[in-house]
Design a binder for this molecule. Sequence first.
Ligand SMILES: Cc1cc2nc3c(=O)[nH]c(=O)nc-3n(C[C@H](O)[C@H](O)[C@H](O)COP(=O)(O)OP(=O)(O)OC[C@H]3O[C@@H](n4cnc5c(N)ncnc54)[C@H](O)[C@@H]3O)c2cc1C
Length: 413
Amino acid sequence: MALDPIVIIGASHAGVQMAASARDAGWENEIVLLAEDALLPYHRPPLSKGLLTGKISVAEIPLRGESWYEKNNIVRLTGRRVTAVDRQRHRVILQGGEQIPYSRLGLATGARVRRLSLPGGKLDGVLYLRDFADVEKLKSQLRHTHSVVVIGGGFIGLEVASSLCKMGKKVTVLETFQRLMPRAVSSVISGWFGRRHTERGVNLIFNARVEMILNDGRGRAAGVLLSNGQKIAADLIVAGIGVTPAVELAKAADLTCSDGIVVDSLTRTSDPFIFAAGDVTNHPSVFSGGQLRLESVQNATDQAKVAGQMLAGIASIPYDGVPWFWSDQHDVPLQIVGLASSADNCVVRGDYAGGKFSVFSFSGRKLVCIESVDSSRDHVAGRKLLALTNARLTPEEAADPQFDLLAAARERS
Ligand SMILES: Cc1cc2nc3c(=O)[nH]c(=O)nc-3n(C[C@H](O)[C@H](O)[C@H](O)COP(=O)(O)OP(=O)(O)OC[C@H]3O[C@@H](n4cnc5c(N)ncnc54)[C@H](O)[C@@H]3O)c2cc1C
């Protein structure tokens, strides 16, 4: 007898991987993937990079081709927003009232952009970047745009700034803190990328607090007013001020949430038939020693592999991946493995001035993070080293360019 399907809400990096892993784990019944978005599920990282500049097209960003879903009997319902989860009756309810029964449910609802809550925040010309429709909107408005203010000097804001700069726009980035990407990278990396942006013509303003978005008198943004009284005129405002986990369905269904849906290392929520993965989860991290919510493709994909197996009813190996992430600004690749936030000292390896180096960060003498600027060999070795329970890499070894990191990772495993 056919069982009710596995239903997965959210068809992005985590949702698609959950479906693939459930199928690979031997689930033979139907899998239903519910997507708010009408497009074939796509890679999000290019949205602020090559897709924005036009270097790549929408045809190049699908996570998997149309035929993969057909071949694997994964029913993709697009443009369908789920409005509720009925845990008692094992059903999800779609906008319009349609109900779909589930055997087990996967939540991969990701995150939504945080919106400006200040005067003028809703004016035309105030934009955000999370999905394909946002890129299209931004691109269509760029035709009449000379100057842009980007609010937020985090990864998304800086990637947008870099792309717009390449497209010949005059860009100002406003950052609340005194350095770029303050929550995610070491001050060495902040400083290096700060110089890179400045050299490329981006105007960086630190310790900036936006009081209001200025109105051109016709309901359109004309710039920003800062708390120190400074006015910066702009044709367009792009806000990259972070995201919040999309927990509304989980909360309404009374699942335990705390900065995301709380899951264990097997992606189990507080309901034994519901699993979650990706940006929406708050999960235990062996690496950090506490609960963590991450926003990265690596986390979404690796955690979803575990969730997919659990959805299929297969006992999985707990998720304990070492976090890694990448960014690209002004054609310089930045790769990060580990978490810089717990570090209290660091050493630099390589050519800092020439823009080919890595920052090895330590908590005491314990290696906790490696940030590589155009140095993918260090990144590859770093991923191996940080995956070891006791890498024992000393700051002296890390800083020595003759020291073979890959060999050390092999020998110490
Ligand atoms: C512009 C941009 C650039 C990025 N660059 C990088 C990068 O360089 N490197 C990196 O590692 N990470 C990057 N990221 C982060 C990365 O894309 C995310 O971590 C990843 O997309 C998380 O995947 P997810 O599946 O958990 O969630 P999401 O990608 O947020 O997907 C969740 C999906 O669920 C859907 N959904 C939510 N609620 C419902 C509902 N009620 N009904 C139906 N569907 C619903 C949403 O519409 C969405 O499609 C970037 C993100 C953005 C926006």
